[in-house]
Design a protein around this ligand. Structure first.
Ligand SMILES: Cc1cc2nc3c(=O)[nH]c(=O)nc-3n(C[C@H](O)[C@H](O)[C@H](O)COP(=O)(O)O)c2cc1C
Length: 400
């Protein structure tokens, strides 16, 4: 059989290469929606840049012959300390969330499924039983209860509650216009940029990208469009700490509160009864100027590390970033853009490729540091420059 000598090897060796391939494959506005952050992108840049400020102090002899990467998050055993962060409408690939769930299952880890996901939760939990359902505070309490009931019936193993989103409209990168429906009218408007990416369009030969949110309604009903869902979300009064307590009690199982940046909020989250917190700024999509999660992690870990599981997300692009987060007090990390680029570049295999890159990088760092297990990582394994850490909202009682 003829083999094209110029055909690109579908395997990639770094997340940066997955990003380059995603950029080549996707229409410009779809790619822009994945990479962008709010306003000037100060937080977006700090999320990745801060990891570059941290160093390692490796050993030359005495390395452990075997390294243990396994841990648990919200009761779920995972083979590496990396799980899939929920991201909405994964229409970068026709199999979207299903491909991501299968990839995570194949690599022994859990997925967070966004409430703005484009695939029904029942199909996602069938692909990966270790699914956490992510909810925004949107709609009435009755609607929220009905969504939790559906997620529970589908077998979701936990709830991720996301409340950090600032609805910033002024994006210096120029927010792309996302069509409400991918119909003929939208196709004609997007034609110039989509025409440049015929392979992306061809991959949707069976179905055009689905821009509805099926998990916001009971099984069998037609979900709202992404814009309908967004409108409902914006007109819902934001939650109070009592509401967080309510949702925790109502779910009755493990809950993660996502988006914590401050020590006082972490302490309140513990009071509200959550199992886990995610130290996060929504990947640079909340208030621009918020410090990178890795900078605020140490003070939060000191304050609540013994009372709650701490996960970090934002800026993770390699296994060594994961090791830095674990050394500063996280139990595991969640990745967002890294797997979305893998999904765009090569579907399920691309997400598996990204998880393998993470696993390889974590293992290399443990080897170099002579640390046999992810559970043994400590701040002393890092070179932390003066002024690196940010301590936000530290109550006087914790300071004294
Ligand atoms: C395109 C995109 C969509 C996202 N959608 C959601 C969402 O629906 N729910 C949510 O909790 N977080 C969402 N996030 C935030 C991610 O879960 C995660 O916090 C962030 O991507 C982590 O930063 P990283 O992309 O640098 O890894 C989204 C992020 C991106 C980039």
């Amino acid at each position: 059989m003829f083999k094209n000598p110029w055909a690109q090897n579908p395997w990639f060796e770094s997340v940066a290469e997955a990003q380059r391939r995603a950029k080549k494959k996707l229409p410009a506005s779809v790619y822009a929606a994945l990479v962008a952050g709010s306003e000037r992108g100060l937080t977006l840049d700090d999320n990745t840049g801060a990891f570059g400020e941290l160093g390692f102090a490796p050993h030359v002899v005495g390395h452990p012959a075997e390294r243990n990467l396994a841990t648990t998050v919200m009761g779920q055993p995972i083979s590496l300390p990396v799980i899939i962060s929920p991201t909405g409408v994964q229409a970068v690939h026709p199999d979207g969330e299903i491909a991501v769930a299968r990839a995570a299952a194949a690599r022994g880890t859990a997925v967070g499924l966004s409430s703005f996901a484009s695939k029904p939760i029942e199909e996602v939990t069938a692909a990966n039983p270790q699914t956490f359902y992510q909810m925004y505070w949107t709609g009435t309490k009755d609607q929220m209860v009905s969504r939790m009931d559906r997620a529970r019936a589908a077998g979701a193993k936990g709830l991720i509650v996301t409340t950090d989103w600032s609805f910033s409209m002024g994006r210096d990168w120029g927010s792309p216009e996302i069509p409400e429906k991918v119909n003929l009218k939208a196709a004609i408007r997007l034609a110039p940029e989509v025409a440049l990416k015929p392979r992306w369009l061809a991959s949707f030969a069976r179905d055009l990208p689905d821009l509805t949110a099926p998990n916001l309604v009971p099984v069998g009903e037609k979900g709202p469009t992404f814009f309908g869902a967004y409108y409902e979300w914006m007109k819902t009064p934001p939650p109070t700490w009592d509401d967080i307590k309510w949702i925790t009690t109502e779910w009755g199982g493990p809950v993660m509160l996502k988006g914590i940046c401050r020590v006082d909020d972490a302490l309140r989250a513990v009071d509200a009864g959550v199992t886990a917190i995610s130290v996060s700024n929504h990947g640079g999509n909340n208030l621009d100027g918020t410090p990178a999660p890795i900078r605020v992690l140490p003070s939060i870990a000191t304050a609540v590390g013994e009372h709650v599981e701490i996960v970090l997300d934002g800026g993770i692009r390699r296994g060594s970033d994961v090791v830095k987060a674990l050394a500063l007090g996280a139990r595991a990390v969640m990745i967002g853009r890294a797997y979305l680029w893998g999904l765009s570049a090569n579907g399920q295999a691309g997400v598996e490729n990204v998880l393998d890159i993470m696993r390889g990088g974590i293992d290399s760092a443990l080897l170099g540091l002579s640390v046999p297990s992810v559970h043994d990582l400590r701040p002393e394994h890092l070179v932390i420059p003066p002024g690196f850490v940010r301590e936000l909202g530290v109550p006087a009682t914790v300071l004294s």
